[in-house]
Design a binder for this molecule. Structure first.
Ligand code: DHB
Ligand code: FE
Length: 294
């Protein structure tokens, strides 16, 4: 499609290849790659350990040539569908996040996933994220406050928020959605307080028509993530936190395909009592100073 053509497709008409290639393009363009510098000793150690683990599986489970060729075909398809970010973020990132946040005090993090886009519109608190006229779903008023690990209010803190719509689709990855739908950067006030008005997102199924979906189907697994709101919080001089927040009662909280749910990340929404529509939810952030450890 050229830039002057308008994408009139519905969000349901997107494909895994489309979402996957966008996730791949964004990762490649993100600047994360230009900073990479893994020393030879670590490459040898880690690549060696990975290769050994794979060889051990072949021996332990007496892998056949048919299975070896199925693996080759599937790995090729992960690449052609652009699904390496999806695959790694679903089945590996949770452990990388755990290992790397063990020593950080304060609010818990979890995986970033493949759909973060930097540079979302900056809004002052109280903020309302971009929605369409008549947006479907349950309105959610999300408030909270930033403090340091001693309980002192933080200044210049911000909340980046991104989540799916009530049908489970992300802007910039599914067709037909406004560019910054349900994506914003909200600046907290000088007491570290913020208010964000949005909608409850729906549970989300990772794309089922690409390589990752093919694996899920072939293995008899399911493709669901519980409904979640993605968050990145930061304040100058403090360690940023990337996390997701979840809703009690979601059937997939207990079997998230991406293993990214933690009890500390569960929200407790309540019906609004001030006459406003929808629900109120409070979640406070405790950030650790740069270099601060448990
Ligand atoms: C995927 C999607 C998500 O929204 C998420 O939070 C994690 C992973 C995925 O499609 O891989
Ligand atoms: Fe997500």
């Amino acid at each position: 499609m050229t830039e002057t053509q308008v994408d009139i497709r519905n969000e349901n008409e997107g494909t895994a290849v489309e979402a996957g290639s966008k996730a791949t393009e964004r990762f490649t363009a993100s600047g994360k790659l230009s900073e990479l510098n893994v020393p030879k000793e670590r490459v040898s150690l880690l690549a060696g350990a990975l290769i050994k683990a794979a060889n051990d599986i072949v021996v332990e489970h007496e892998v056949t040539y048919e299975e070896f060729n199925a693996l080759k075909a599937w790995l090729i398809k992960v690449g052609t569908d652009g699904e390496w970010p999806l695959f790694l973020d679903v089945w590996l990132e949770h452990t990388v996040e755990d290992v790397n946040s063990q020593e950080r005090p304060g609010t818990k993090g979890t995986i970033e996933g493949p759909y973060y886009v930097p540079g979302s519109p900056e809004l002052a608190t109280p903020a309302t994220v971009l929605m369409r006229d008549g947006e479907e779903g349950t309105p959610l008023r999300f408030t909270g406050q930033f403090t340091d690990t001693n309980g002192k209010a933080l200044q210049n803190a911000q909340v980046e928020i991104w989540h799916a719509d009530a049908a489970g689709f992300y802007s910039q990855y599914a067709p037909g959605l406004p560019e910054w739908l349900f994506r914003a950067t909200v600046k907290a006030d000088d007491q570290g307080r913020f208010e964000i008005n949005t909608m409850r997102p729906a549970p989300y199924q990772i794309p089922t028509d690409g390589a990752c979906g093919q694996l899920i189907e072939a293995a008899g697994w399911h493709a669901w993530r519980p409904a979640h709101i993605h968050i990145k919080v930061s304040a100058p001089g403090y360690q940023p936190v990337t996390q997701q927040l979840y809703f009690p009662g979601d059937p997939h909280n207990a079997d998230d395909i991406a293993s990214a749910v933690k009890p500390e990340l569960m929200l407790d929404p309540k019906p609004r009592t001030d006459g406003g529509a929808g629900e109120d939810v409070v979640y406070n952030y405790v950030l650790a100073k740069e270099g601060e450890t448990k």
